[in-house]
Design a protein around this ligand. Structure first.
Ligand SMILES: [Zn+2]
Length: 192
């Protein structure tokens, strides 16, 4: 094995177009397109938000000859947004061999059974300090959470250290936006 530079842009770095697309979590990275690994597909699968809508997204990773992969727009790598009616089938397909927990996590996100927000543990003594911690909010309680957040009563929680802390000044407006968009989508969907 030689130590080669990556031959394609990793799906975690595919963030365009920033006005519309917010990458939330890469579910699968199949390596370079046309790669030789037996189970390599050369494609990637992710969940994210397109405008405010939770969506499943796919792309061809590309390779040395075409490092940007497909789709692309104005020279930047982008994602293909999978139509809702195909999303569930794709994440449940045996090819990916996702665990039930992973499938449930993706479905909860896509079907708005949960609204998620990523933060980092701020407890310096925690084994997970500085690493990502996923916060999840059930949609039927979003109104309460938004009110709590506005009163500065809403705290994040880390399962590793069992500690709670307040969102930072930078996180607060982002969290508020995510919760409000979630609430709006939940209402539009007739969830109440
Ligand atoms: Zn922690």
């Amino acid at each position: 094995m030689t130590n080669e530079a990556p031959t394609y842009i990793k799906p975690g770095d595919v963030l365009a177009p920033k006005r519309h697309w917010q990458l939330f979590h890469v579910l699968y990275d199949g390596g370079p397109t046309g790669g030789e690994k037996a189970n390599a597909t050369g494609s990637s699968l992710a969940i994210g938000r397109w405008d405010t809508k939770p969506v499943l997204a796919m792309r061809w990773n590309g390779n040395r000859e075409n490092p940007i992969g497909n789709p692309q727009s104005r020279g930047l790598p982008t994602w293909f947004i999978v139509p809702d009616e195909h999303a569930r089938q794709i994440i449940e397909t045996q090819h990916y061999d996702f665990s039930n927990d992973k499938i449930q996590f993706a479905r909860d996100f896509l079907e708005l059974k949960r609204v998620y927000f990523l933060t980092r543990c701020s407890t310096t003594s925690c084994s997970n300090f500085g690493n990502l911690v996923l916060q999840s909010y059930p949609p039927e309680k979003l109104e309460e959470y938004i009110a709590d957040l506005e009163r500065d009563d809403l705290k994040f929680y880390c399962i590793y250290c069992d500690q709670q802390w307040h969102p930072t000044a930078e996180e607060k407006p982002r969290l508020e936006e995510v919760l409000k968009q979630g609430l709006e989508r939940y209402r539009t969907r007739g969830g109440r």
